[in-house]
Design a protein around this ligand. Structure first.
Ligand code: ZN
Ligand code: FE
Length: 241
């Protein structure tokens, strides 16, 4: 059965995602960047909340857990590292399944940005919620993990079907495009970047992206090896665009 995604902007550049299993109406929130904004969206839609699904422990991803749980009575599912800032009702790791009504979300280990980062994938609707691991034309900074770990994580995501919709946690695409153009002269990247700059001028979102589009144009996915990936990541960390 389909999974409906309701996306909205939060904080300065985060996205909030409410996902609803159409068969049962069971609803989950991917991360909790802004409790007040998420609770307001739920109220506006007339939706209850069954689950919070955390990708990693950073405050712009798990900081709203307590307030949202207090308001809705939902359960909280995430990687163990979230307990650094808030309790979990269930700890999950790579290979686990999280049920949301009839939807079975696969947990994909995606450490690197943080050590315990995870992603959630619904193979039936072809949707992946990747937190701060993979961005449109970018990837998360290596705050805790190694380049090898992040390369393995990105490779797991790249192995998903090309038409998988990728829901990144931030709108970083225009600045990612400026960096990508500095390291890659491919016509596909140039065309995509022009479309991105125009879309952002119009105030449009560039998320979700797809695995196929990222494999074709994202300089981090195109690196080809952990070593080459590490060099691109370092260049981006030092890039002043
Ligand atoms: Zn983060
Ligand atoms: Fe973040």
């Amino acid at each position: 059965m389909p999974l409906t995604v309701h996306q909205f902007a939060c904080l300065s550049d985060n996205y909030g995602f409410l996902i609803r299993d159409d068969a049962t109406g069971k609803t989950a929130c991917i991360d909790t960047p802004d409790a007040a904004a998420i609770l307001a969206e739920l109220k506006r839609l007339g939706w209850g909340l069954d689950l919070i699904l955390n990708t990693h422990w950073h405050p712009d991803h798990a900081g709203g857990n307590a307030e949202i749980q207090a308001a809705t009575g939902c359960r909280i599912v995430g990687p163990k590292e979230v307990t650094r800032i808030a309790p979990l009702d269930r700890e999950v790791s790579g290979g686990d399944i999280v049920e949301l009504g009839e939807t079975r979300l696969e947990v994909i280990e995606s450490g690197g940005h943080t050590l315990g980062h995870i992603a959630f994938h619904d193979p039936v609707s072809g949707k992946a919620f990747v937190g701060d691991t993979l961005f449109a034309l970018g990837c998360g900074r290596l705050f805790e993990g190694t380049a090898e770990q992040m390369w393995a994580s990105l490779s797991r995501l790249a192995a998903l079907p090309d038409d998988t919709a990728v829901y990144c946690a931030h709108e970083y695409t225009a600045s990612n495009a400026r960096f990508a153009l500095s390291v890659d002269a491919s016509p596909e990247l140039k065309a995509r970047s022009e479309a991105i700059f125009a879309a952002r001028e119009r105030g449009e979102w560039t998320v979700p992206t797809t695995i196929g589009l990222e494999k074709a144009t994202n300089p981090f996915l195109r690196a080809g090896s952990a070593q080459a990936f590490a060099a691109v990541r370092t260049a981006k960390d030092n890039f002043k665009g």
